[in-house]
Design a protein. Structure first.
Length: 502
């Protein structure tokens, strides 16, 4: 019997990307389905959607319409966050889609896809339990890097955010599963592990999961308005701290980055653990959202700009060279000019390496949706642009300080040969202080006519690069040599293959 071909059109954040990889694994784990990378060849087009903000929703709806227009013979399944959030409405108002599949139990994709092909037009939103996982046989990230989800859902209930509506309450993944997945990825040659979740600092909290198999339950201490430090009664350390200690026991060569730590839950007990293992990167992604205390309170957050600045100060006392990323929302309901200026001043004070600055998006069913004094879109956009401009100035200065130094750069893409200068090679990669997809890159110059350099500069490999210039986002550098870490990464494959396979 001929297999049914499917194509996946991936949208949204890294967490949704992991979901997409899991969908692929479940489908290709059967003999019935075959993945194609050409939508024109697909019997089924799966649009794994984002439903977080208005612009993302529009993008995904347009993807459905374009797929129907360009590939009229294919079935179209809308999956992911948009389907989870609006499936019933979309069934009535989006006839171009042949089915809808939420982000609950991802293993049900095989059943759902079959029903789509049988013209049943299913609408499936399966219960959200635990954290979905699978042995992902295809990564959608660049070679050498992977995302590992450690939590799902969120209990923070920030007034602007639809994540709890879409993803449900916080669930933590058992540590043993996380450890095994990291080992499996290392066996496949992955070097960079990025831990992700809606709030890594809440790992092990807000649920009854016995994530470490010890009988201990991790619970948040304090009440709204307090420091709400995460701890466990008999051990006095956060769940994330304990998880990092467990990961540190893994032998092998890799680098590990934490992505997204809620500022109200940041526990400094992770800092000495990160410092004790050179494989753990001093990279901190902490979304402050505002630098004005009144706006922070309206966002249903318990901190304030002074406490947040102290968090940055604490990090830099451990890691003077730390890479810090944050996020700001401009134009939150009721935000006045002076309050927007407070956020600008706060950004100047903390001088983060990177930030995402976005205009507020008014989202259905969130507390902020019904707040009075909604800021006009034009004004919100202008405020976001000011934040972006300021961050570019700060980033340019931070990058300038890295000039003249050598770094191991993970190559993501080798650009095509320039016919006018065939010996001049250019590749794009990232150093440790650059997270995938959201931060800047390192442009690597090398000599294509040199066999050793051409052999070294490949996607997924590390090369030593001397940084010679900086822009507002990216760095430019010259190839120095092949990184000695590549041989150690090769040994990971053998070691973990033997360990996993017994």
């Amino acid at each position: 019997m001929n297999s049914i071909k499917f194509f996946i059109d991936q949208h949204g954040c890294a967490k949704n990307q992991v979901d997409g990889e899991i969908l692929i694994s479940h489908l290709t784990g059967t003999q019935e389905w075959e993945q194609t990378f050409e939508p024109s060849e697909a019997d089924l087009i799966i649009i794994n959607s984002c439903g977080f903000i208005e612009s993302a929703k529009t993008e995904c709806l347009n993807a459905v319409l374009n797929a129907r227009n360009n590939y009229p013979n294919a079935k179209i399944l809308l999956a992911g966050c948009l389907a989870e959030r609006y499936a019933e409405d979309l069934k009535e108002n989006l006839p171009e889609a042949d089915g809808f599949f939420g982000n609950g139990d991802l293993s049900k994709i095989v059943i759902t896809a079959k029903e789509v092909m049988q013209n049943k037009r299913p609408v499936h939103k399966f219960a959200q339990k635990g954290v979905c996982g699978a042995n992902r046989n295809l990564l959608l990230s660049f070679a050498g890097t992977a995302f590992v989800k450690i939590t799902e859902g969120c209990n923070n209930r920030c007034s602007f955010c639809a994540i709890p509506i879409i993803r449900g309450e916080l669930r933590s993944r058992p540590a043993s599963e996380i450890i095994e997945e990291i080992k499996t990825l290392l066996e496949k040659g992955v070097y960079e592990i990025n831990l992700i979740g809606q709030d890594l600092a809440a790992y092990g909290t807000g649920c009854s999961d016995n994530v470490f198999g010890t009988g201990r339950t991790y619970l948040p201490l304090g009440t709204p308005g307090s420091d709400a430090e995460l701890a466990i009664e008999d051990k006095g350390e956060s769940g994330l701290c304990t998880l990092l200690k467990e990961i540190s026991k893994i032998e092998g060569t890799f680098r590990l980055r934490l992505l997204y730590i809620h500022p109200d839950h940041f526990n400094p007990d992770i800092l000495p653990v990160i410092k004790s293992d050179e494989r753990f990167l001093p990279y901190f992604d902490i979304p402050f959202q505002s630098g004005d205390d009144e706006i922070i309170l309206k966002m249903h957050r318990t901190g304030n700009h002074k406490k947040y600045a102290q968090t940055i100060e604490k990090i830099r006392s451990f890691f003077p060279d730390a890479a810090i990323r944050t996020t700001f929302l401009a134009g939150f309901p009721g935000e006045k000019d002076a309050q927007a200026e407070n956020t600008l001043n706060f950004l100047k004070e903390i001088s983060t390496d990177w930030s995402g600055c976005f205009p507020y998006s008014r989202e259905d069913d969130t507390p902020a949706y019904s707040l009075k004094n909604q800021v006009p879109a034009k004004k919100a956009n202008a405020r976001a642009e000011k934040l972006v401009a300021l961050q570019e100035e700060i980033t340019a200065q931070r990058l300038k300080e890295r000039c003249g130094k050598d770094y191991d750069v993970l190559i993501e893409e080798v650009l095509a040969q320039n016919e006018d200068s065939p010996e001049e090679g250019i590749a794009i990669g990232r150093a440790w202080f650059q997270a995938p997809e959201v931060d800047g890159s390192v442009v690597v110059n090398y000599d294509r006519s040199n066999p050793e350099e051409q052999k070294a500069v490949l996607s997924g490999r590390l090369v030593r690069v001397h940084i010679n210039s900086a822009g507002t986002v990216d760095l430019n550098g010259d190839f120095v040599c092949d990184s000695p870490l590549n041989e150690k990464i090769k040994k990971n494959k053998l070691k973990f293959a033997q360990e996993i396979n017994g």
